[in-house]
Write a protein that binds this ligand. Sequence first.
Ligand SMILES: [Zn+2]
Length: 163
Amino acid sequence: MKKIPAILAVLASIPFLTLGIIYLVASATGVRGGLTAVVMLAVGTALLIAGLRRLRRLAQISPSALKTGAVELARRLGGDLTVSQFRAEYRVSRELAEETLDDLASEGTCARERRDEHFIYVFAGLLPPLAEKVCPYCGTELPVRTALRKCPNCGAQLEVTKG
Ligand SMILES: [Zn+2]
């Protein structure tokens, strides 16, 4: 984690900004120091912005934020996610993307499946629930896609319930 340099940059910006303001006030009251004020304020602002940006980025790519992001992305994509899709969305390294998705797989949040040349991560819990596919009266398997009103085996009235 490169958090400490970012925090140091933010902290280092404080004396630069403070001195910059002091020089600015000094130059406004007639004492020389206008150029110093500009330089100090510029350096301080640059450090502050760089540090804060880095911290925000680190928060975005923290393991827990990435996991939440992966689940959200998978939901938008219909339940399947590839490393490439994940990387494109969150601009992270291949290693970090694979690590995050493998973590989710080992937690049981998704399953890693081989499809053609690459792996995909299937988030089964996010898929729409399948309709009941067994007749509750005789146990006959029913076609899931068709909305049957009657069991073809025993003729019982069926209620197609969402699991
Ligand atoms: Zn039946």
